[in-house]
Design a protein around this ligand. Structure first.
Ligand SMILES: Cc1cc2nc3c(=O)[nH]c(=O)nc-3n(C[C@H](O)[C@H](O)[C@H](O)COP(=O)(O)OP(=O)(O)OC[C@H]3O[C@@H](n4cnc5c(N)ncnc54)[C@H](O)[C@@H]3O)c2cc1C
Length: 419
């Protein structure tokens, strides 16, 4: 392996050492390829570190849907609520929001649900063998998710979505408060209904998981270089990556897995991909903050509470505020205040706040496929709320593409050129 432009190129460079990039790097190694991972900060620097740790395989319905359009006006009224657009960013994000709105049509929702289900099924099938090979099976938890509702009306409004999930073979059980109290004592009685999904798994801690993937990758001979990629250039038999500092790297193929920043590098190839970020916030409390038995989703409030091996994480929310504004941690505080009300025994002292950039495309599907401008570049980004969930499936697909194998599923709905 060499960084010099005159040396023979590496077989693969993966840009981005988040959960998507490192999962792909391991899958490429397993196919016998030499792989370098490039990240400007090192493993687990982005959204993959601070997410809620869920393998939300049952979350097959796209976010872009008529349901969200109904909730959005009310949510937008509360500046610290589940959805916000800072006024200074509204104009910039308007084209993305227009595309999002268009993706809410019944035909597009149906098509996205079929595509998302296929990627979820693949990701679920790949996950345990992948974790076993990565030596991380011990970090997997299968304790399900409890979504809670505050009224009959809120519960009824979700029934259509549950029917759609049932149509796609997803298991769930609606619960009354007595049953909810059995699987999660200490919930505020304001929650009158719940739905338990057993097929929703989680990871002990998302950051430790990505660091474990990095460790396994290195142990198998992979190299991780800390440097910023500035631009990509197609070559006759490969791709050149210009780095900050003037250096350049060459590889036969490149995987672009730079999360919410990936479109900036695609742009250097002349490709315009409407990637935006849905900024999310959380607070991680000490482990003894609450006797949490499994992840709980407060759907009407746009956040979850999760039990990790390293603490209790309260977070979610969507802020359509771009990549440059400083975090507004009043959002983390607002969710924590609500969480204390929803779980009256929750101890809210001693937490650590975090903000991360979900990489989001307007139709709620990721971009997985060859770049049009540079067919030796494989795009693997835009997983929005589901990057951890879909990481093992995406890794399988990237390895299929890189080795010329038939992809494990039809990639048309995920085409980077679909916009
Ligand atoms: C609050 C919150 C909760 C979430 N909860 C869940 C959940 O429970 N389950 C789930 O599946 N998903 C969840 N997500 C979404 C999930 O975290 C993301 O989809 C996922 O982490 C994206 O992974 P990634 O590898 O594509 O990007 P990242 O983890 O962001 O990694 C991208 C990497 O690329 C590097 N990079 C960027 N630009 C360059 C460059 N020019 N040169 C070199 N390196 C570069 C960055 O340093 C970074 O390390 C959540 C997200 C948030 C914010």
């Amino acid at each position: 392996m060499s960084a010099s432009p005159d040396a023979p190129p590496l077989q693969m460079i993966v840009i981005g050492a988040g959960v998507v990039g490192l999962s792909a790097a391991l899958a490429l190694q397993e196919r016998g390829l030499s792989v370098l991972v490039l990240d400007r900060e090192g493993p687990a620097a982005g959204a993959s570190a601070g997410n809620a740790g869920a393998f939300a395989f049952t979350d097959i319905l796209p976010l872009a849907s008529p349901g969200i359009l109904k909730k959005a006006p009310k949510w937008l009224l509360d500046p610290l609520g589940p959805l916000s657009v800072p006024p200074g960013y509204a104009l910039q994000i308007a084209p993305w929001m227009f595309r999002f709105w268009r993706a809410c049509s019944p035909a597009q929702v149906a098509a996205s649900t079929v595509a998302q289900t296929a990627l979820m099924d693949l990701s679920k099938a790949e996950l345990e063998p992948f974790l076993a090979r990565a030596g991380a099976l011990g970090m997997l938890r299968k304790d399900g998710n409890l979504q809670v509702y505050e009224s009959q009306a809120e519960f009824d409004a979700g029934l259509e979505g549950w029917k759609a999930r049932a149509d796609h073979g997803i298991e769930f059980r609606h619960m009354r408060p007595e049953e909810m109290a059995e699987i999660q004592p200490g919930l505020n009685p304001r929650f009158t209904h719940g739905t338990f999904t057993p097929g929703w798994f989680s990871i002990a801690d998302p950051k430790l998981y990505v660091l474990a993937l990095a460790e396994r990758f290195r142990a198998q001979g992979g190299a991780i270089k800390i440097a910023e990629a500035l631009a990509l250039k197609p070559l006759e038999e490969g791709v050149e990556i210009a780095l900050s500092g003037g250096e350049a790297l060459r590889a036969e193929r490149v995987v672009l897995a730079a999360g919410a920043h990936a479109h900036l590098l695609a742009q250097s190839l002349g490709e315009r991909i409407p990637l935006e970020t849905e900024r999310g916030y959380n607070t991680t409390l000490p482990s003894d903050a609450f006797d949490l038995r499994r992840q709980i989703t407060f759907g009407g409030h746009g956040f979850v509470i999760t039990r990790l091996s390293t603490g209790i994480r309260v977070g979610g929310a969507v802020e359509l505020g771009g990549l440059k504004r400083p975090p507004n941690f009043k959002r983390s505080e607002a969710m924590l205040r609500k969480a204390r009300d929803f779980l009256p025994g929750l101890k809210t002292e001693g937490g650590t706040q975090w903000m991360g950039f979900r990489p989001s495309l307007p139709d709620s599907l990721p971009a997985i496929g060859f770049s049009k401008a540079a067919p030796r570049v494989i795009h693997a980004f835009g997983h929005g709320h589901l990057g951890l969930t879909q990481s093992a499936g995406t890794a399988r697909l990237v390895a299929d593409l890189a080795t010329g194998a038939a992809p494990a599923l039809d990639l048309t709905p995920f085409s980077p050129q679909r916009f």
